[in-house]
Design a protein around this ligand. Structure first.
Ligand code: HC0
Ligand code: SF4
Length: 574
């Protein structure tokens, strides 16, 4: 331990910590910008490039960045001296001198960390006027917009992409004023191996990285009298969107969502959860089929499109490992344009399917050629949680005070098994609930498989089904996925089934969710809410969903049968 003094307050702290950590312990706020410390992920971005955390060391007559300066015996620190405050303000003013003054029209308006700091530090004018960066926006992809003019070189995206996701897409290039972050040789994002996981977007403090905005496409469809516009909401939306309307993280707003969507004028308000139950019917069948017929094991869940893109780019030799199931929202799109279209007697070409997703990669997934060539474009438009909340605000909907209502049928009924899709571990837990009962013919009494739950990056569990020990692996975050995939490639994997989600936490931590600005507690509260919503459901196993059973009886035939294959399964390409 060393003795230090911060703002006159004496304290003893371990010598290994930084001034910033010491100040946190003393409840003294030092503003930061480039710094990012995500404990659950063991991610620390320590570039010290922004200098916004500058503090003054008395007696040494120096200004230092608090985020990278370790404490020292006898250190006397002032975070509140005129000199320190002024230095921080200058750091922000310098950043602003080379930043587009576009706050009014910026997608990050009122969510931008640089903007918030300018206010917090009392910046009232931009003092320096010189040359500014002028780069074209990268609009090449269906999912992510990169605007280098708004990049402040904090490198958070780079740390996230390289260290946590191990994708290596984003890195700094150029020197000094010309330095920017982008894919190697600054090629367009769409030509890189980007998975569109959106985790770089989730940690970008400004609008250098944002999602492609598709809200106008939705408004256009809604205003077209010739279109029958169907909407679906993903499991993870209902536990997160409330945050954007001032509600506590972890508030469940399923009923309000259904009401809001009806008020907006959608012709049918469906639930991706219905299709998650459908996915389990197919995926559990596929698992059992592979086990019983000596098929490829382990089977990998395939509902996360960023993860699918990751395996296609990084492990092309393993493309026979993932389940062939389309992801739930794509399945819902297909069923809407076939079964539902027939049921209500409408030309499928007139149906527009909109998915509200916590995910940026779902935008690119919906545009994949093999998923758009049949069934009239399975899913037409994808908007993120953030985009959808913005639409509700544009429409003047008082979301917080809406009454509850139910989703429409036939594609609105769901079980607890489908709700837990929204968190890491949930898809495989849902699959086990069904596979167990199908394989044993017995009731699974305790449906909560706590051994599979939690936030550890890689988890495993064993479930006894008949005489077999079914070994299950779970990974979230692509770096963790990579470890499990390397084991499969090297013949060292002992699992029967593996669930992978690209985003830390699963969909609750998706790249399209409300920004949590580094507060991981928020993601944990969303996870708790997911498990609570499962507990609130009368039915908690996918194969008990009466509307799903009806769909097979009236239309699909057998799970994993010919028609199901045709409509609900896909293939992967390197
Ligand atoms: Fe997910 Fe999904 S659970 S990927 O995590 O499987 O985005 O929420 O909608 O499609 O259902 C995201 C969330 C979904 C899909 C479902 C799956
Ligand atoms: Fe990297 Fe994911 Fe961002 Fe693509 S979307 S650059 S893979 S973090």
């Amino acid at each position: 331990l060393v003795k230090i003094t911060i703002n006159g307050q004496e304290m003893q702290v371990p010598e290994t910590i930084t001034i910033l950590e010491a100040a946190n312990r003393a409840n003294i706020r030092i503003p930061t910008l480039c710094h990012l410390d995500l404990h659950d992920l063991k991610l620390v971005n320590k570039t010290a490039s922004c200098r916004v955390c500058t503090v003054e060391l008395k007696g040494r007559n120096s200004l230092v960045p608090a985020c990278v300066t370790q404490v020292d015996e006898g250190m006397i620190i002032r975070t509140d001296s005129h000199r320190a405050i002024n230095a921080r303000r200058i750091a922000v003013e310098l950043l602003l001198s080379n930043h587009p003054n576009e706050c009014f029209t910026c997608p990050k308006n009122l969510e931008c960390e640089l903007q918030a700091l300018a206010k917090e530090l009392g910046v009232r004018e931009i003092k320096w006027h010189g040359e500014k960066m002028h780069y074209d926006k990268d609009l090449s992809s269906d999912a992510i917009v990169k605007d280098p003019n708004k990049c402040i070189m904090c490198r958070r995206c780079e740390t996230m992409c390289n260290e946590i996701q191990t994708c290596g897409i984003l890195s700094a290039m150029g020197r000094g004023f010309k330095a920017i972050v982008g894919p190697a040789f600054n090629i367009p994002m769409k030509d890189s191996s980007c998975t569109y996981c959106g985790q770089c977007v989730a940690v970008c403090p400004t609008a250098a990285l944002t999602e492609v905005n598709h809200t106008d496409k939705v408004w256009e469809a809604l205003s077209d009298p010739d279109k029958h516009v169907v909407v679906q909401v993903a499991p993870a939306i209902r536990v997160a969107i409330g945050e954007l309307f001032g509600m506590e993280p972890g508030t469940i707003v399923t009923g309000k969502l259904a009401t809001a969507l009806k008020n907006m004028g959608f012709d049918a308000v469906f639930d991706t959860d219905f299709a998650a139950d459908l996915t389990i019917m197919e995926e559990a069948s596929e698992l059992i089929h592979r086990i019983e017929h000596g098929g490829k094991l382990p089977i990998l869940t395939s509902c996360c499109p960023a993860w699918v893109k990751f395996i296609e780019h990084q492990f092309p030799e393993l493309l026979d490992v993932p389940s062939t199931c389309k992801s739930p929202h794509i399945m819902l799109g297909v069923i809407a344009k076939t079964y539902y279209a027939e049921k209500i007697g409408i030309d499928p070409d007139k149906i527009v399917v909109v998915s509200v997703m916590p995910c940026i990669a779902k935008k690119a997934e919906a545009a994949r050629p093999e998923l758009t060539k049949d069934y009239h474009n399975n899913v037409d438009i994808v908007v993120t949680t953030r985009e959808f909340a913005a639409m509700l605000k544009e429409a003047g909907i008082d979301f917080k005070n809406l009454p509850d209502s139910d989703f429409d049928n036939p594609l609105g009924e769901s079980t607890g098994a489908s709700v837990i899709f929204g968190t890491t571990g949930g898809v495989i837990e849902a699959a086990v609930r069904t596979a167990y009962e199908w394989m044993t013919g017995e009731e699974l009494k305790d449906v909560e498989l706590h051994q599979l739950r939690g936030m550890e990056g890689i988890r495993e569990g064993t479930v006894k089904i008949k005489e077999m020990d079914i070994k299950i692996g779970i990974a979230h975050g692509l770096g963790n996925a990579r470890k499990l995939l390397e084991d499969i490639r090297d013949g060292k994997s002992h699992y029967h089934a593996i669930e992978i989600m690209a985003c830390p936490g699963g969909c609750i931590g998706g790249g399209g969710q409300p920004y949590h600005h580094g507060n991981e507690e928020i993601v944990r509260k969303r996870q708790q809410a997911i498990y609570n919503e499962d507990r609130n459901k009368a039915l908690r196993k996918s194969h008990e969903n009466p509307e799903i059973l009806k769909l097979y009886k009236e239309y699909l035939g057998e799970p994993y049968g010919e028609k199901a294959h045709d409509l609900l399964h896909t293939h992967y390409e390197a």
